[in-house]
Design a protein around this ligand. Structure first.
Ligand SMILES: Cc1ncc(COP(=O)(O)O)c(C=O)c1O
Length: 497
């Protein structure tokens, strides 16, 4: 039975009423409901500016919600199987920062897989928490890192009973999950909080054929990118919580520290509307797209030189569940890299994929994907196969080491350490003072405090040679490393913060 209250959109409704009331605006934003910025209005229309307001009377405040935002968040909590929901206007990124800063203080431990998103490492720098990394399952055939096994989580929990929390990715960028229910139960019994990164799992809340969502698995707090798979505007996400293990007062004050005091009303409104649509239409529409996805997977599978990951493959590698709305298409048997396929699909077929890796490309499907979209993709893959299969006999040179570097110090210690700039090629053996990564997926190859290995430098060179941009702090070919000679920690002294 559907709950009729979910047909309400308290914030969006009030925002439209405010815009329709034609106020005389002596507040910000300075475009004053769209009186300037004509070039953009000509393209988008006036309404987008009419709805861009900064907390006028009656529209509540995100940092201290008591009115329509509070009501909208309560409806969202219920739709997303949670006790409380917090709207986020800086993506799941800010949710992850807040959940980690709320869960662990400086030098306290958090257990997590090493293939976490960069926001998790930034959260460690801000909080000062100490990561205990678990090595994820590595699939060298596909060149990706997956979920963590229950046994490796258990081992880490047993070895570090003083850890405050365990952090789980549900699912990875590629749609693979870990045994989240079992891990959660074990961690709770050990007195730890369970935190989830559900950046790629917002739609899990609305269809049982998708992997289990974090709230149903008993997780204490989850950050989910509603904008990625559930239809809201980019940057709008939610933090979901349940139970009494989370300190909600600290969580709200941390969010208020990190979020803007001018949160976008457009983003908040889009969360309100996306929640309503997912609640009423999510199940049916996801059922439909799952049928199309399965058909497309079969058709793609029949193309020479193309392999598409399916649930059987995923389970055979010991992974728990798989989001079938992620098409992981292996192209390297055609003799081309994923990077080449990614570029060609865009250039020749105007198809924009989510990302490329050495062996594969990734297509993300949501309930807004159409059969025509999938047919276009299949046509394009057939074309690639016709042109490359058996012609390029040699497999492309693909690299996959995921040689997670050795850790010397907490990320925060290295972040605050005295630094030197050294050319990337000469950084082997140095301690990183910054993160180095390719985006997407935004999983750091090196994090502050890790020793930069020759292997990782080779990986970075490979990515750059294939057209990826290395995300680092400097644009002069150098990286920031710790100036060990002037670093008390190198001499064995403890840092204070
Ligand atoms: C695994 C993972 N976690 C967190 C994030 C951050 O999410 P957002 O872009 O909503 O800030 C991303 C973004 O791509 C991600 O892939």
């Amino acid at each position: 039975m559907k709950d009729d209250r979910q047909s309400q959109t308290p914030f969006f409704t009030k925002l439209k009423e405010y815009a329709a009331s034609n106020p005389t605006p002596f507040d910000v934003p300075g475009h004053k409901l769209g009186r300037i910025n004509q070039e953009m209005i000509d393209f988008t229309g006036q309404n987008i500016f009419l709805l861009d307001s900064n907390a006028p009377l009656g529209l509540d405040t995100l940092g201290h919600p008591t009115g329509v935002i509070k009501e909208a968040m309560q409806l969202a909590a219920e739709a997303f199987h949670a006790k409380k929901a917090y709207f986020l206007v800086n993506g799941t990124t800010v949710g992850i920062l807040a959940m980690i800063m709320t869960s662990a203080r400086a030098k306290e431990k958090i257990i997590m897989p090493r293939n976490v998103h960069k926001s998790v490492i930034n959260a460690l720098i801000l909080s000062g928490a100490m990561p205990v990394f678990i090595k994820p399952d590595l699939d060298s055939e596909l060149g990706i890192a997956n979920g963590i096994s229950f046994s490796s989580a258990k081992r880490a929990i047993d070895k570090h009973p003083d850890a405050k929390a365990i952090f789980i990715i549900n699912p990875t960028y590629f749609g693979l999950t870990s045994e989240i229910e079992k891990i959660t139960e074990y961690a709770h019994d050990a007195g730890m909080l369970v935190l989830a990164d559900e950046a790629h799992g917002a739609d899990f809340y609305f269809n049982d054929q998708l992997p289990i969502c974090a709230m149903d698995a008993g997780v204490d707090i989850s950050a989910t990118s509603v904008h990625k798979t559930a239809g809201s505007l980019t940057q709008s996400s939610m933090l979901l919580t349940q139970g009494d293990r989370i300190d909600h007062v600290r969580l709200q004050s941390t969010l208020n520290m990190l979020q803007s005091t001018s949160p976008s009303s457009l983003l908040i409104a889009s969360l309100d509307v996306a929640r309503k649509q997912m609640y009423f239409e999510g199940k049916e529409r996801i059922d439909k797209i799952l049928i199309l996805a399965r058909k497309a997977r079969k058709q793609l599978q029949q193309i020479s030189g193309i392999t598409v990951v399916d649930p059987d493959y995923v389970h055979s590698r010991g992974n728990f569940e798989f989001d079938e709305l992620r098409l992981i298409i292996k192209v390297s048997d055609l003799g081309i890299t994923g990077f080449e396929a990614y570029k060609e699909l865009r250039r020749k077929f105007n198809i924009q994929l989510e990302l490329a890796e050495s062996h594969l490309i990734l297509a993300v499907l949501t309930m807004a994907t159409t059969k025509d979209d999938l047919d276009n993709l299949i046509l394009a893959m057939k074309d690639l196969s016709k042109r490359y299969y058996r012609i390029r006999h040699k497999l492309p040179k693909v690299k996959f080491t995921y040689s997670f570097p050795e850790t010397y110090s907490r990320p925060r210690d290295a972040y605050h350490a005295p630094k030197l700039q050294v050319p990337l090629a000469e950084a082997g053996g140095e301690i990183a003072a910054e993160m180095l990564m390719i985006y997407p997926p935004g999983i750091p190859l090196v994090i502050p405090g890790e020793i930069i290995s020759e292997e990782v430098l080779e990986d970075i060179k490979f990515y750059i040679d294939n057209g990826s941009v290395l995300h680092c702090d400097l644009d002069n070919g150098c990286v920031k490393v710790v100036d060990k000679e002037n670093w008390p920690k190198w001499e064995g002294e403890e840092d204070e913060f």
